[in-house]
Ligand binder design. Structure first.
Ligand SMILES: *Cc1c(COP(=O)(O)O)cnc(C)c1O
Length: 379
């Protein structure tokens, strides 16, 4: 089945009792058993819920995996993934990853004896430098947030093939429409479904997708044991959002490409970060592993004071000043004071995340209107 068909049909069956074409929201905490231990596969809703099951099957199909495991948020999905580790284990991660992921690693899991190394994964040699017999997981994010660096997923996964090291890809920025990391050698794909999968900025949700039964069992165990499960209504909203994923992401990418070129030619802009630009250092790898170049664009200002950045950020009308991304509406954000405020300034600046860096999540509005809005704000 092609992707455009899978988003609508994979894992979805009409409701057998009524024929409802849309997966019902099974708002129940428990299920009646006909005799002790005799049930229809559902016992208690932390463990299983049919709305969640439909979504998990759908996500598994979209990422070309065997199983999906859904969580109350992207970070809850990440929490479960890191709980596969033991004290003393080491993780190597991208250095400009999502701020909340960095916080969960360094402020929560580091306390339990897990050791994290951060490096620029755009160069696989940097990963090799940290590899040792305690390394148990590689944490990849690509394109990275907010610098939009591109990591060669196949090359990084190949480094640790058959070494018993799990490779995890946070695929939130690309979405499965653009990139399917399991096909490139990764073991686990993570989504903040809050973003492109949901796509309408109305729900917080997370998911993992795997291609091994053993990993699926371990993660389902953690999902049930820890309990950070999503409610059925949230699963329904993600299922509904996914039905238009391909159309939304396609339009976002087209709009983002046009806006990246527009910003490049704007006199107030010093630098544009967009993997679709031929001069972007990760352009060729992005072209190889992604279908299009994504809906996220970051740029820096010639006048690089924080005051100037704040002026631009407060002057757009269509681009709403807000955290998050991947919705139908365009958002503008200031990583230094918003999504990445938890990263120390010196560490931020080292990777190019300056005080004047601005990040756009380009939505699916008219690109002419979006450019006019930016032109006005930059003026
Ligand atoms: C938002 C986000 C997360 C966290 O997801 P939540 O749903 O907010 O918990 C993780 N990774 C990336 C890349 C994100 O953008």
């Amino acid at each position: 089945m092609k992707f455009e068909t899978k988003v609508i049909h994979a894992g979805i069956e009409p409701d057998p009792t009524t024929g409802a074409i849309m997966t019902p929201i099974f708002q129940t905490s428990t299920y009646v058993q006909s005799a002790p231990g005799v049930h229809q596969g559902y016992e208690y809703a932390r463990t299983q819920n049919p709305t969640r099951t439909a979504l998990e099957k759908n996500l598994a199909a979209l990422e070309n995996g065997t199983d999906g495991i859904c969580f109350a948020s992207g970070l809850a999905a990440m929490d479960a993934t890191l709980k596969l580790l033991e004290p003393g284990d080491e993780v190597i991660s991208t250095n400009d990853l999502y701020g909340g992921s960095y916080r969960l690693m360094t402020k929560v899991f580091a306390k339990y004896g897990i050791v994290f190394h951060f490096c620029d994964m755009a160069n696989p040699d940097n990963v090799s430098a940290f590899l040792n017999n305690k390394t148990k997981m590689l944490w990849i994010e690509t394109p990275t947030n907010p610098m939009l660096n591109v990591v060669d997923i196949a090359a990084i996964c190949a480094l640790v093939k058959d070494k018993g090291i799990l490779t995890v890809v946070d695929n939130t920025f690309a979405s499965p429409y653009l990139q399917t990391p399991l096909d490139l050698g990764a073991d686990i794909v993570l989504h903040s479904a809050t973003k492109y999968l949901g796509g309408h900025s109305d729900v917080i949700h997370g998911a993992l997708i795997v291609k091994s039964t053993e990993l699926s069992q371990k993660l389902h165990f953690l999902q049930n044991a820890v309990g950070a499960v999503p409610g059925p209504q949230d699963c329904f909203l993600i299922l509904r959002g996914i039905k238009t994923l391909h159309l939304r992401v396609q339009r976002s990418c087209e709009n983002a490409a046009t806006i990246a070129t527009f910003l490049q030619n704007h006199p107030a802009v010093s630098k544009v970060y967009y993997p679709g630009l031929p001069e972007h250092p990760g352009h060729e790898i992005a072209a190889k592993q992604m279908k299009m170049f994504g809906g996220m664009v970051s740029f820096d200002l010639k006048d690089n004071s924080i005051e100037n950045a704040h002026r631009v950020l407060s002057s757009t009308h269509l681009f709403s000043l807000a955290e998050s991304l991947g919705g139908v509406e365009s958002l503008i954000g200031h990583p230094a004071s918003m999504t990445h405020a938890s990263i120390p300034r010196a560490d931020r600046i080292k990777v190019g995340l300056t005080d004047s860096l601005i990040r756009l999540s380009v939505g699916i509005e008219s690109v002419e209107d979006l450019m006019e809005d930016l032109a006005h704000a930059l003026q």
